[in-house]
Design a protein around this ligand. Structure first.
Ligand SMILES: Cc1cc2nc3c(=O)[nH]c(=O)nc-3n(C[C@H](O)[C@H](O)[C@H](O)COP(=O)(O)O)c2cc1C
Length: 141
């Protein structure tokens, strides 16, 4: 199997309440488990960033499904690359919500939110990776 990691960003089309996010995650985690996909989803004020890890064909197929989901739009692929080992091996889909109480601790995230242009994301893949990495060891729910 060729293990890959795919990271994208998107904008929510509607307000995502905690209940809404939880039910979306519950289904996503069950499906990811069957596909042996792991990863992390970050959410702040209508802004998503997600890492999907697994076999290339599986994460590409899931990304295709996710990109058609009406709950968000404007998806931008930040990077897709081969990896030696999973960065989020413990989570079928980890989740963290970033808000004013924890944003201070998040290096780089403020820049992402202030500059939501395709060029910004394409040029800063390593920054996206660093932001995801900061949430590896704790989950919001
Ligand atoms: C931001 C966002 C992230 C999502 N992440 C996943 C995910 O990691 N795994 C998953 O199966 N579905 C995820 N979904 C839901 C999918 O878009 C889709 O509804 C789900 O895979 C069921 O698709 P199916 O009915 O074609 O099997 C996500 C949706 C959104 C809006």
């Amino acid at each position: 199997m060729s293990l890959h990691c795919l990271v994208y960003v998107s904008l929510a089309n509607q307000e995502m309440s905690d209940d809404h996010l939880k039910s979306m995650l519950q289904k996503a985690r069950a499906k990811n488990e069957t596909l042996d996909i792991t990863g992390m989803l970050l959410y702040r004020d209508g802004f998503f960033m997600q890492a999907l890890e697994g076999a290339l064909k599986d994460i590409e197929a899931l990304f295709d499904t996710i990109s058609k989901d009406a709950r968000h739009s404007g998806l931008l692929l930040v990077y897709k690359k081969p990896i030696q080992q999973r960065g989020f091996a413990d989570w079928t889909m980890g989740f963290n919500k970033i808000d004013d109480t924890n944003i201070e601790a998040v290096d780089g995230y403020t820049n992402f939110l202030n500059n939501p242009t395709p060029a910004f994301f394409m040029e800063r893949a390593s920054e996206a990776e660093a932001v995801l990495d900061q949430f590896k060891h704790q989950l919001f729910f």
